[in-house]
Write a protein that binds this ligand. Structure first.
Ligand code: HSE
Length: 291
């Protein structure tokens, strides 16, 4: 028997749509695996009632098949599904790391990323690595067609999750197919600023680099209360605020001393919009760990 904890993640970070991602210290999924003649899956924890246990319909079942690693798999969900924190990616990442070890497949962490992404495609409709890469590798990741770049980082963040859901499929429908060159130029500048900020664990640079005029404004329209939550977080000291992944989670970057005030401001602002929420005060953190 083997147990792996894989963290929630936040993809995009505003300017890095489908490219940037970070691993978060909390929450996380825990996956236990043991060899079995065929794969069976059981799911407990937050939102488990929404997750199919049929291996053909579950991200983790697809990972077991891709690794030719049949197992009895128990998933304890800490990352709420459809929250914008890479819930299916966390399960897929944990399963990939666990089954690779259980069956001694010898794949590197980077080699496990596309395998876990295929599993996630079952849920989102497309294979994105921008959540599975940070969940497996940790820190800040840049995923492009040419490969994955990873740097360790430990920046303070607040991830605020409203009690609403946005499906990734719907959030992808609103992404524009074209953008004005001026917005593209701005976004390249912001993305570069953010990447440098991550290498320095600098909340000011990262916050400034989160600005995005192309995808984020389309997505915020799907999140009730977003504008007031963003304003409240900035007023409380956040250096940058954006949609986490496909939403509805909202990610704020800040200095450590401002974290409690930013978290409280975000919860209060959602509350003012009539929406309950919870906030994780955490940091950019390590990837999946064998327990
Ligand atoms: N980059 C993806 C998106 C993350 O924003 O749609 C969710 O899988």
């Amino acid at each position: 028997m083997l147990t792996v904890r894989a963290p929630a993640t936040s993809a995009n970070l505003g300017s890095g749509f489908d490219v940037f991602g970070v691993a978060l210290g909390t929450p996380a999924d825990v996956v236990r695996v043991e060899r079995a003649p065929e794969t069976t899956i059981s799911v407990t924890g937050t939102g488990s009632q929404y997750i199919p246990e049929d291996p053909k319909a579950n991200t983790v079942g697809a990972v077991a098949e891709a690794l030719d690693a049949p197992a009895r798999i128990r998933i304890d969900k800490g990352v709420r599904p459809s929250s914008g924190l890479g819930s299916s990616a966390a399960s897929a990442a944990a399963a990939a790391v666990a089954l690779n070890e259980l069956y001694d497949r010898g794949l590197s962490r980077k080699e496990l990323v596309p395998i876990a992404a295929e599993g996630e495609a079952l849920v989102s409709g497309e294979a994105h690595s921008d959540n599975v890469a940070p969940s497996i590798l940790g820190g800040f990741t840049i995923v492009t067609d040419d490969g994955i770049t990873q740097v360790d980082a430990s920046l303070p963040v607040v991830a605020c999750l409203p009690e609403t859901t946005v499906s990734t499929r719907n959030a992808r429908r609103v992404v524009p197919q074209e953008a004005p060159m001026g917005d593209v130029v701005d976004t390249v500048g912001h993305a570069a600023t953010l990447a440098v900020g991550m290498t320095r664990d600098d909340p000011d640079l990262v916050g400034r680099g989160m600005a995005d005029a192309i995808v984020t404004p389309k997505r915020t329209a799907l999140i009730d209360g977003y504008d007031r939550v963003r304003e409240a977080a900035l007023a409380a000291g956040a250096t940058g605020v954006t949609v986490s992944g496909a939403g509805p989670g909202v990610l704020a970057v800040c200095h450590r001393t401002d974290q409690p005030a930013v978290a409280a401001a975000m919860i209060d602002a959602f509350d003012d919009a009539g929406i309950e929420s919870r906030a994780y005060q955490t940091t950019v953190a390590k990837g999946a760990q064998i327990c």
